[in-house]
Design a protein around this ligand. Structure first.
Ligand code: GRF
Length: 220
């Protein structure tokens, strides 16, 4: 089986990265992790990837200087590393740099992200605080193709969790994170198997539907 070559971009602890690496350990999984890149030398995920035997690279955005020139040079180095690794798919996993329209365009249909809300609600940072403040009863996570606008690209998959009355941002984040670790490898698997792709019209082609309803409060 020819496996999909996946690169992962991180900035921090890398728990989603680990979930993608762990899923790829199964020889039946149709994707292999060929590279982990961090833009921060101190990202905790780097040592986790190394311990798993995955090749890592640090491309420190700060070393390219500030402003548009620094960003362009950083992204050029990133693209070069991804091409050298012959990555078919790039997974953002807690990667905290906003990528330019040019970079996103170059990797169109091959660049995906995970976000801890049911998009298009609660984009950006402080997601769990905002979720609790709004009083929504279903929260969750979303895997989506990356577009130039933050957390706004075509949606690939979502998982919902109930919000509990006693939740704090931390307890809610933990419940969602558990689903992130399940959903992200599942979406990668489906992309690798050709079940999901990005159409020329910007819509996600998906060949299988999901399950039944999830409601909170639960129906009696
Ligand atoms: C996750 O909640 C992910 O959805 C968001 O950033 C967090 C990264 O966590 N984009 P980790 O580094 O994968 O543990």
């Amino acid at each position: 089986m020819t496996k999909l070559r996946v690169a992962i971009l991180i900035s921090g602890r890398g728990s989603n990265m680990k979930a993608l690496i762990d899923a790829a350990r199964d020889e039946r999984h149709p994707a292999e992790i060929v590279l982990v890149v961090s833009n921060r030398p101190d990202a905790g995920g780097l040592s986790i990837a190394e311990a798993s035997g995955v090749k890592t690279l640090t491309i420190d955005h700060k070393s390219f200087g500030r402003g548009p020139d620094g960003k362009r040079l950083f992204e050029a180095a990133l693209s070069e590393a991804l091409k050298a690794a012959r990555a078919d798919l790039v997974c953002l996993a807690g990667f905290m740099r906003l990528l330019s329209a040019e970079f996103v365009g170059d990797w169109r249909g091959r660049l995906i992200n995970i976000h801890p809300s049911l998009l298009p609600a609660f984009k950006g940072l402080d997601v769990h605080e905002e979720t609790l403040r709004a009083g929504v009863k279903l929260a969750g996570c979303t895997v989506h193709f990356v577009s130039p606008e933050m957390d706004a690209g075509p949606i690939i998959g979502q998982a919902a969790v109930c919000v509990h009355a006693a939740d704090t941002p931390d307890t809610l984040a933990a419940r969602i994170l558990e689903q992130e670790h399940r959903l992200y490898p599942e979406c990668v698997r489906r992309i690798a198997e050709g079940e999901i792709s990005l159409g020329g019209d910007g819509l996600v082609r998906i060949s299988q539907a999901g399950g039944g309803a999830l409601s909170n409060p639960a129906p009696r």
